[in-house]
Design a protein around this ligand. Structure first.
Ligand SMILES: [Zn+2]
Length: 117
């Protein structure tokens, strides 16, 4: 996969994981949530979410591109700017909150790098 395809794949897996968790919570708040059938369904959905994370998200080297982005941004003394995205080579816009030092970054490519910390 190209980095762009990898980013889209990762975003899709994360979406599926969140949908499974949302469905599990939806079942757990039902009036009949104590029935074995509902408990089994919720447990299966939670297992699916954990499995997706373990199989596809834990093993990926996603922190590496973010570390490279941080390094490029750290070299820039201004409060905001754009760098080349280390994942897809697109434009990655970033802004540093001068109040609390938090750094927000977002790539122009859908599903690519995005963080707030
Ligand atoms: Zn990107």
């Amino acid at each position: 996969m190209t980095p762009r395809e990898q980013a889209a794949f990762t975003a899709g897996i994360e979406t599926a994981r969140q949908m499974a968790l949302t469905a599990a919570v939806t079942i757990k708040v039902r009036a009949d949530a104590n029935e074995v059938r509902q408990q089994a369904a919720a447990a299966a959905l939670q297992g699916l979410a954990v499995g997706l994370h373990t199989a596809f998200l834990d093993s990926q080297a996603e922190p590496e591109p973010i570390r490279r982005a941080f390094a490029a941004i750290a070299a820039d003394p201004s409060d905001s700017g754009t760098i080349e995205c280390p994942t897809c080579k697109g434009r990655l816009a970033w802004i540093r909150d001068s109040h609390n030092g938090h750094l927000h970054g977002e790539c122009e490519t859908d599903g690519c790098l995005r963080w707030m910390q």
